[in-house]
Structure formats: structure tokens, C-alpha cells
Write a protein that binds this ligand. Structure first.
Ligand code: KG4
Ligand code: ZN
Length: 345
């Protein structure tokens, strides 16, 4: 056995990004190749599952090859393959898992199945120059498919505190973005439009769900819809062009403020009550700068968030999660299947 740091090939295909990455020692990204299908799905205003799996089939081989060549490594330098098993779109997940199995057989490498949400958590281990993690930490995962508040007490050890009862935060951003006629995905579009708006223009509701750490975002989404209908009678979301008079920046800023208020407050309170040393925020919505700022303002402990490119789906985070799973002794057989509804806890 050599003492060289572990090198893990990560593969991620759970939604609309085909990605392969090589991570060394669980911290250093040697490559992180990503083929995004966003432009394609933008035409439909959301991810089109059948199209997504077809695109993954086309992209997977070139992406793995790109990750290997960008990292300047050969197969002999790789110690294991970490691959997303779920949660995600079944057809998309199958492409990544089957590719990983093929490589595992062909190159005689161990296979490690990874939960996509754990991947998002481990994107926080890829923050450059960050101090070692001292558990317990509070983790807020906010993505297009999930909104979950976790207490992480050690590597691979999570206690779920609460989650969304209806829409995920990113999903609400995407739906409201569509309603306001903004380009897909709605999250970055709303953040941009909100820069020119007044966050206090509309008092959209906040679902506090007191005595729980759960979230709900369908109420605020419906409140935006009602306001838009009031100002624009006869509208059909996603079909009509938005009329010039609609105050999109104010609507976007007020919606964003309502979502951030609840996310930041509940996360900050959980950190205080559970004596967390740090707050981690991960997933696509963690790219949102006002959310980061508000969380940092309210939390009494440091807030750690991933570099922007690692907020949305990528294989470097899967490789890093796989690194810790591999260290813990996890080895999966070729019989493993995808788990489209896999929960982290
Ligand atoms: O983690 P991710 O890439 O995919 C899932 O696992 O779901 O997250 C994608 C989600 C989308 O809903 C997108 O609108 C949202 O993240 N998002 C943002 C921002 N960037 C991406 N939401 C708010 N502000 C952003 N800047
Ligand atoms: Zn994700």
C-alpha cells in the first residue's frame, strides 16, 4: 500500500448535469468536468426527464474522459469510483450508475454508491483554506429538489431536524421565476431581478411552522401568483409574455426576502439551540448571495458555503463524499441499483 492520498473518480447524473471529477485526499479538486443541459431544458421551462437521460448517455463518456485528462491521471492513479445512486430522476441516475459499474469491472476498481444530498453536504469540504470541521454542525441543504435541515455529528452521521412539507426552496424559485416570465432556472434569474427591486414592496407570507424545524414554500408561491393575477387579469403562467407594467423586480425581491427570512431565521435558531460550531449551507440555492448574507448576519457561529461552481450539481462533491465513505470501509457490489427517493436519514 502506498501512502499517496486517495484519488476518487466521482460521477454525477442525478438531474440535468452530467459530471465527472477527480478529487485527491477528499479536498483537492484535480478536475471537475460538467456538461449542463440547462439551455436545452430552458425551452420547456423545467427539466424534461426523458430528454435528460438521453443527453446523459451522449455526454457521459466524453465527460469521464475530460475529467481524466484534465486531472492528468491514468486509471492506475484512481483508487475508487464514487457514483450518485439517488435521489434523482431514475433514467438519469441509471446512466451514471451503469457507467460507473462498467468502469469498475473494466478497470478492477472498487465502487462506492453515494447519496446526492450527502454529496451536497461534502461540497463544504472543498472550500479552500477552510478550517477542519469540528462537529456538530448544522447543515441546511437547499436545492431544486430538497430543503432539509440537518444536525451533522460526524462523517456520514446525520439527524434530520426538519424538511419542507411541500415545495423545495429551489422549486419555489423556479416556479415563481416562470410566473414572472424570467428565464429558467428561476433562482439566479430572481436573484438578478431582485437587485433592482424593493424587498418590502409586498408583504408575502412566511410559514414559520412554530415548534418544528420544517419549512413550507407553497403559500408564498401562491401569494405571488395571486398578486400577479390581481395586477394582470387573464394571465396564463409561462404562456403569455409578461406585460411591461408588471413590477417584476419588486415581486422578485419581496418573494426572495420572504423565502430567505424563514430559511435564515430557522437555521440560525437551530444552530444556537443545538450548540453547533458552524452553519453549513449547500445545494443550488446556497449560491444566492442575499441568503448567504442574511444567514451570516443572524447566525452566532461562522457560516460556511461552497464556492459558486460547487453549489449546483457536480461530481467533485460526489467524489469527496465517496472519499469519506471509502475511508469508512464502504464497498458496493455490482448488484446495487439506483434509489430515486433515497433519504439521507
Ligand atoms: O442543487 P441543484 O443544482 O439541483 C438539485 O439537486 O436540485 O439546485 C438547483 C436549484 C434550482 O432550483 C435553481 O433555481 C436554484 O438551485 N438556484 C438558485 C440560485 N442558483 C441556483 N436559487 C436561488 N438563487 C440562486 N442564485
Ligand atoms: Zn443537487
Amino acid at each position: 500500500m502506498s501512502n499517496a492520498p486517495l484519488r476518487i473518480l466521482g460521477i454525477e447524473t442525478s438531474c440535468d448535469e452530467t459530471s465527472a471529477a477527480i478529487v485527491e485526499g477528499g479536498r483537492t479538486i484535480l478536475s471537475n468536468a460538467i456538461a449542463s443541459q440547462i439551455d436545452l431544458h430552458a425551452k420547456y421551462g423545467g427539466v424534461f426527464p426523458e430528454m435528460a437521460s438521453r443527453m446523459h448517455v451522449e455526454a457521459i463518456y466524453p465527460i469521464v474522459t475530460a475529467a481524466m485528462s484534465e486531472a492528468h491521471v491514468g486509471w492506475g492513479d484512481i483508487d475508487a469510483i464514487a457514483v450518485t445512486r439517488g435521489p434523482g430522476l431514475v433514467g438519469s441516475l441509471l446512466v451514471g450508475l451503469n457507467a460507473a459499474k462498467g468502469i469498475a469491472i473494466g478497470r478492477g476498481l472498487p465502487l462506492v454508491g453515494v447519496n446526492h444530498l450527502e454529496g451536497h453536504v461534502y461540497s463544504l469540504w472543498l472550500v479552500e483554506d477552510a478550517p477542519e470541521v469540528a462537529f456538530p454542525v448544522i447543515v441546511l441543504i437547499v436545492s431544486g429538489g430538497h430543503t432539509e435541515l440537518l444536525l451533522m455529528t460526524g462523517h456520514g452521521q446525520y439527524q434530520s431536524l426538519g424538511r419542507t412539507l411541500d415545495d423545495a426552496a429551489g422549486e419555489a424559485f423556479d416556479k415563481v421565476g416562470r410566473l414572472l416570465g424570467l428565464p429558467f432556472p428561476g433562482g439566479p434569474s430572481i436573484e438578478k431581478a431582485a437587485q433592482d427591486g424593493d424587498p418590502t414592496a409586498y408583504a408575502f407570507p412566511r410559514a414559520w411552522l412554530d415548534q418544528t424545524w420544517d419549512f413550507s414554500f407553497s403559500g408564498v408561491k401562491t401569494a405571488v401568483l395571486k398578486e400577479v393575477k390581481k395586477q394582470w387579469p387573464g394571465m396564463k403562467a409561462g404562456v403569455d409574455a409578461v406585460p411591461p407594467g408588471l413590477p417584476v423586480p419588486n415581486l422578485a425581491a419581496s418573494f426572495q426576502a420572504a423565502v430567505i427570512d424563514v430559511l435564515a431565521e430557522k437555521t440560525a435558531q437551530a444552530a444556537a439551540q443545538l450548540n453547533a460550531t458552524e452553519v453549513f449551507i449547500a445545494g443550488g440555492v446556497s449560491a444566492n448571495i442575499p441568503l448567504r448574507t442574511e444567514l451570516a448576519r443572524r447566525a452566532k457561529v461562522p457560516v460556511r458555503y461552497p464556492p459558486l461552481v460547487l453549489c449546483t450539481d457536480n461530481a467533485a462533491m460526489i467524489a469527496t463524499a465517496g472519499h469519506y465513505r471509502y475511508l469508512a470501509g464502504q464497498r458496493d457490489g455490482l448488484e446495487i441499483d439506483v434509489k430515486p427517493n433515497w433519504k439521507l436519514t
